[in-house]
Design a protein around this ligand. Structure first.
Ligand code: SAM
Length: 234
């Protein structure tokens, strides 16, 4: 299955068009997994199954993904999409909250070489997901965080950078993701703690939410015009 075919087949209702990862993000994930020959994959937050489809297309291997709201919020559209793509036999879908699923996978001694976090985006939820995923990530494995525009994700990124020295951030051309590679184990003293407040993300987040709420604000219109001029768009 080639990435271009996935989007022709899957269904994403217009009212939920902002929920899945963007195609450019999904293509990055596909190419990254292929290039690094990653096979054992896990994802929190399945929704319409776009990221899951790209992951499975890249690995042709079993992929674990969860979504506690698949039926209630998404009317099982994600699972139907994966069936339509002919990838359902590769999907190990868990109809559970992440904080319920992840400790079970850990107890089963599961290990992964690529983990995509795109489930709960509240700070406590994301942090707990990271905590468990770190314990199941192979050495030299990768963890990818989605929605870096959120303050919660920015805090998690800063927490990892400041407090988990065995994670190396890998730069990517994609704005809304953050990729880390685990490099060995890191023993921390019980007194170890580094502050991870991020003032820049505070400003950025409030600016982005303000600008999205104020569609007709002249400052917003001017800023968009400037952005288009700088980017050379019409
Ligand atoms: C942004 S969407 C994921 C989009 C998906 N990766 C895609 O590309 O189609 C977030 C998903 O996480 C799910 N979710 C939110 N909180 C969760 C939790 N605590 N446990 C499991 N899933 C959760 C939501 O139901 C939703 O499906």
């Amino acid at each position: 299955m080639l990435p271009a075919e996935i989007n022709k087949i899957i269904d994403i209702p217009d009212s939920q068009s902002k929920v899945p990862v963007k195609i450019i993000d999904a293509e990055f994930i596909y190419n990254f997994i292929k290039k690094n020959n990653l096979k054992k994959t896990l994802e929190t937050g399945f929704a319409h199954g776009r990221s899951a489809a790209y992951i499975m297309a890249a690995t042709n291997n079993t992929h674990i993904a969860n979504d506690a709201f698949q039926e209630a919020e998404f009317k099982n559209v994600g699972l139907e999409n994966i069936k339509k793509l002919g990838l359902i036999d590769l999907l190990d879908f868990r109809n559970e909250l992440s904080h319920v699923m992840l400790p079970k996978l850990l107890a089963d001694n599961r290990k992964f070489d690529f983990i995509f976090l795109d489930g709960d985006h509240k700070f406590d939820g994301e942090f707990i997901d990271f905590f468990y995923c770190d314990l199941m990530l192979e050495d030299k494995g990768y963890i990818l965080l989605h929605d870096t525009w959120l303050r919660s994700t920015q805090y998690l990124i800063k927490y990892i950078e400041k407090n988990r020295k065995n994670y190396q951030r890998i730069q990517t051309p994609i704005k809304n993701i953050c990729l880390f590679q685990k490099v060995g184990e890191y023993e921390r003293n019980w007194l170890h703690f580094k502050e991870f407040i991020t003032f820049r993300s505070f400003i950025k987040f409030h600016f982005v939410t303000w600008i999205n709420k104020n569609n007709k604000n002249p400052i917003r219109i001017l800023l968009f015009k400037l952005k288009n001029i700088i980017k050379g768009n019409k």
